[in-house]
Design a binder for this molecule. Structure first.
Ligand code: G3I
Length: 301
């Protein structure tokens, strides 16, 4: 193939990008998004603060701009993210206990219902595990409603949109470590007890080197019987950037259940990592060496 999306499709996978609705009127940006990628995800527009700014009052205006861009251009659509400790609307930040649990489950149900049949994979719960060596849950208002909040969210999402793959998504899971093992143990438990989970998202916000167990980590999740998706890939600029992008691509292609890769923005100037130039296109929209290395990795073999 001659584009990332077409080349990934030849390998039975997708290659996606995070889109900001406010940038779609920039034709350099939207042309790259349309041409190169076959899946998109909203960078912010489907989050809780964006979709339910007041309790029970849902606003899908900006989320629909992303969904309509996908539909109009024939792109797959990922959903990000139904529940997260960050980017909660103020009213939710101020709730706790049963009131928060009920509001959270209602949120999952309403948003997943709104996009039923349109989303190939939902990040149902985002970033619920703590960093560091403990391997346990992150403290948050959601966690304080009870350890079963994650499975309750997955059950609600399944009921609302039975066709979507339901993912748990997190960062600092770029190899076999305490955090990724904590998640691994949760997924194994969910599979054993019939909690509906279909995929794990490895965000992959990477620095200037890649963990030597990156592929092994993908493989161990796949061996649990879930798909793996690389969901927010970006790599700090440095001598090794192109190699790291290629290594991640090869690692995904090497695992049958690694079904797609999403980069977290179009151009370096669109990235949340200001000054790190972590993406595949430069600020002018030119293809970087990292782009070419990913394309070649997708087309190898
Ligand atoms: O839209 C407002 C604007 O009106 C206001 O003037 C401005 C002032 O701060 O803020 C703008 O909102 C910002 C929004 O991005 C849109 O640009 C928020 O402040 C800012 O916090 C928000 O950052 C997003 C971040 O999540 C929030 O946690 C980033 O764009 C987004 O890339 C980032 O994405 C996350 C994933 O969802 C989860 N994994 C980590 C990843 C990187 O942090």
């Amino acid at each position: 193939g001659t584009t990332l999306g077409a080349s990934a499709a030849e390998k039975g996978r997708y290659f996606g990008v995070a889109i900001a609705a406010g940038r779609l009127s920039d034709s350099t940006y939207s042309t790259i998004a349309r041409t190169e990628f076959n899946s998109i995800v909203a960078e912010n527009e489907m989050k809780w603060d964006a979709t339910e700014p007041q309790q029970g009052q849902f606003n899908f205006t900006n989320a629909d701009r992303i969904a309509n861009f996908a539909a109009t251009n024939g792109k797959l659509l990922r959903g990000h993210a139904l529940l997260w400790h960050a980017q909660q609307p103020g009213w939710a930040q101020n709730l706790s206990g049963t009131a928060l649990r009920n509001a959270a489950i209602n949120h999952v149900t309403r948003v997943a219902t709104q996009y039923r049949g349109k989303i190939h994979s939902w990040d149902v719960v985002n970033e619920a595990f703590a960093d560091g060596s403990g391997g346990g849950r992150r403290d948050s208002n959601l966690q304080r409603t009870g350890n079963d909040w994650i499975e309750a969210a997955f059950r609600a999402a399944r009921a609302a949109d039975p066709g979507a793959k339901l993912c748990y998504n997190d960062y600092n899971t770029d190899g076999i470590n305490a955090k990724s093992t904590g998640i691994y143990n949760m997924v194994r438990d969910f599979k054993a007890r019939g909690v509906p989970i279909d995929c794990v998202g490895l965000q992959s916000h990477l620095g200037t080197s890649l963990d030597s167990t990156y592929q092994q980590n993908i493989q161990r999740f796949a061996d649990l019987g879930v798909d793996v998706q690389i969901t927010e890939l970006d790599v700090q600029q440095g001598n090794n950037q192109a190699n790291i992008f290629a290594s991640v691509t090869r690692a995904c292609l090497a695992v049958a259940r690694c079904t797609g890769i999403t980069v977290w923005g179009v151009r370096d100037s669109d990235s949340w990592r200001t000054g790190q130039n972590p993406l595949l296109f430069d600020a002018s929209g030119n293809k970087k060496a990292a782009y070419t290395s990913v394309l070649n990795a997708l087309n190898a073999g």
